[in-house]
Write a protein that binds this ligand. Structure first.
Ligand code: PLP
Length: 472
């Protein structure tokens, strides 16, 4: 879209919007007291990597929406493709003996992009429903093959797999486990996340890797290998804090799965569609052939909601065995929605035509190098970055890695400063997380890093003045 003009912003009544937002709009992860007091940043326009609030303030969105605005906002050709599809066919029933041409084309394309024999696609409404679908598919598969006992799943602490009742229970981020909600525990188990920065005291990288693999083996044996159906893992854990596993970790975990007839589910809702410079990361980056991949977000670059559960021919052969008269009683009204599928196809076309995967290889390496220069600053405990997934972890003490008390709200503190300077980073507890659009430039990377540097130094000074930081 053209850069918005003053006339455009004159249409918005900020005070009225804030009032209505407080009165009627409950957000995802709504923080009640804070929202009642401060309201929210109301966004009204987007262009490339920039977004604009009601008053015309421009922000470089280093969060990429929520790991999702991959090709950037405001693309005219996307708007036209979506509008054309709305005119031609805005909806069609996706169940049983009905299909539509765009969904078919998309599934064929996804099968060609996904690694190995991942040739079968169930389209969903987003990431949570893709992970939920994977779980139901696994149950169905185990029952079809006569292994009804093999239903337990193993996931990692600090993982995020979505916000349905089930996916929130498969994920297990301490901050998400609030006492006001209940969580499902039956047949869901958790093991350590592979965060090398927080590895047990005295362990080197090789020992940490052995520890993690052994813990997985031990968990399988304690449940019984004949009862464990699947292992769920984000190749790089995203909202858990951009946890980059030790070299060889995913492959070793996959080998353990292979040895025990355990399905490997790669939750690639974040890591697919270019974020790591590849269509999918499991095989291309980590050398792992999953049985199931879940994806969403970058699949349409967030122009419209869509997710997919992509699974192997091995699973398909079992569940679709001819002559069994089975029905897969699972589906969403908006599975294979033709307008959303059009957005996905156009998105893939743009990523291919503009060679954005290669661009991420280049600009992502630049972000890795530039962010690493923040390591020596006060407050910075760790900097983690692989291509366009990045995070800065703040600590009160670099030696002990001790965190600040919650009330210091260090991630939020730096985010607020950055926002005032026109940069959005995402505060998650003591972290600032980043996932810029794939189209980000070297100059914009410089802007992110230099703005963050200023904000970190200012925050350190403020905390020191207030007696909350001793520079350790
Ligand atoms: N899986 C992962 C790894 C995610 O990061 C997310 C969302 O952030 C989800 C699943 C859930 O996706 P959605 O919010 O589209 O339901």
């Amino acid at each position: 879209m053209a850069i918005p003009t003053d006339d455009f912003f004159a249409h918005f009544d900020q005070a009225k919007l804030v009032k209505a937002d407080k009165a009627h709009h409950m957000h995802g992860y709504h923080v009640f007291d804070e929202h009642a007091e401060q309201g929210a940043l109301n966004i009204v326009a987007g262009d490339g990597a920039y977004i604009y609030d009601t008053e015309g303030n421009r922000f470089l969105d280093a969060v990429g929406g929520m790991w999702c605005t991959n090709i950037g906002l405001g693309r005219e050709e996307m708007a036209l493709a979506i509008a054309d599809q709305v005119r031609q066919l805005a909806y069609s029933n996706p169940f049983s003996d009905m299909s539509n041409a765009v969904a078919i084309e998309l599934c064929e394309k996804l099968a060609s992009l996904a690694p190995g024999d991942l040739d079968h696609v169930f389209l969903t409404t987003g990431g949570s429903t893709a992970v939920d679908t994977a779980y139901r598919l696994i149950q169905y598969y185990q029952n079809c093959r006569g292994k009804p006992e093999k239903k337990h799943i193993i996931a990692r602490y600090n993982a995020y797999h979505g916000s349905t009742c089930l996916t929130m229970s498969i994920g297990n981020k301490a901050a998400d486990r609030v006492p006001e909600f209940d969580y499902a525990h039956e047949r869901i188990h958790h093991i350590s996340n592979p965060n090398a920065y927080r590895a047990p005291e005295g362990m080197n990288a090789a020992q940490f890797l052995e520890f993690l693999v052994q813990e997985f083996e031990d968990k399988i044996h304690s449940i019984g290998a004949d009862k464990v159906a699947a292992f769920f893992a984000e190749p790089i854990m995203g909202s858990g804090g951009v946890i980059i596993p030790p070299e060889g970790y995913l492959r070793r975990m996959w080998e353990v799965c292979q040895a025990h007839d355990i399905l490997f589910v790669a939750d690639e809702v974040v890591t697919s569609f270019g974020r790591l410079g590849t269509w999918f990361a499991s095989d291309a980056v980590f050398g792992v052939q999953p049985d199931i991949i879940t994806t969403a977000k970058g699949l349409t670059s967030a122009y419209l909601p869509l997710g997919a559960c992509i699974f192997s021919s091995r699973i398909w052969k079992v569940i679709a065995e001819p002559g069994k008269g089975r029905c897969f009683t699972h589906g969403f009204t908006y599975s294979g929605h033709p307008v959303c599928c059009t957005a996905a196809l156009k998105n893939i076309e743009i990523i291919e035509r503009e060679q954005l995967l290669a661009h991420v290889g280049d600009v992502g390496s630049y972000l890795e190098q530039r962010l690493a220069t923040l390591r020596d600053l006060p407050l910075v405990g760790d900097v983690r970055c692989v291509k366009l997934m990045a995070c800065v972890e703040f600590v009160a003490n670099k030696q002990s890695k001790a965190l600040f008390p919650d009330e210091v709200n260090i991630g939020e503190r730096i985010h607020v400063r950055a926002q005032a300077k026109g940069l959005l980073v995402r505060p998650i507890m003591h972290l600032n997380v980043m996932s810029p659009p794939l189209i980000i430039t070297h100059a914009q990377v410089d802007e992110i890093v230099e703005t963050l540097r200023e904000c970190i130094l200012e925050a350190a000074e403020e905390l020191t003045t207030n007696g909350l930081y001793d520079g350790a």
